[in-house]
Design a protein around this ligand. Structure first.
Ligand code: ZN
Length: 167
């Protein structure tokens, strides 16, 4: 009997779940209507997928709760390449690895967490470094707002005006 895809994001590792939620929030912010088609995968299901040609590897990151697949939530247009690429770029910005970059197997609806304990920290560190740089350059005057991500639309607008003034 064929297995069914598990879509429960609670079956992802805690960090991968956070990244998945951030991914969905960012997709929504960019006007994309994205759903999650699969999260954790059993060994039995992976074997089936290899047989059918849907997967090429015996040990998928899905089996460790470190990967999820997504789709464009529109009947008859589930995997348009332009939208898959946009989503891939969003995932990459969050520190995830995009299946569209796999060598020899284009898997554009797949994102995985290749750094199970450090992906969020690496991206957060990068963010704090960027904030510090803008403080040094005099663009940001109140770093606590940006470091604690307590900014509002007004903060963003004044930052842009201040930044443009520095160019
Ligand atoms: Zn996948």
């Amino acid at each position: 009997m064929a297995t069914v895809a598990c879509r429960d994001i609670n079956k992802l590792t805690p960090e991968t779940k956070i990244l998945c939620l951030r991914f969905l929030a960012e997709c929504k912010a960019q006007g994309l209507n994205i759903g999650i088609s699969e999260t954790w995968r059993s060994e039995e299901r992976q074997k089936e997928m290899i047989k059918s040609g849907a997967s090429k590897i015996t040990r998928s990151k899905h089996m460790d709760g470190l990967a999820f697949d997504f789709y464009n939530n529109q009947v008859g247009n589930l995997y348009p390449d332009d939208i898959m690429r946009k989503c891939g770029a969003i995932g990459k910005k969050l520190g995830l690895y995009w299946g569209g970059d796999f060598k020899g197997f284009y898997d554009s609806c797949h994102l995985e967490n290749n750094n199970p304990v450090g992906t969020i920290k690496a991206v957060d560190d990068q963010y704090i470094k960027a904030v510090n740089k803008l403080v040094d350059k005099g663009v940001i005057g109140s770093p606590e707002i940006w470091k604690e991500k307590k900014f509002t639309k007004d903060n963003v607008e004044s930052l842009i005006i201040k930044f443009a003034g520095k160019l």
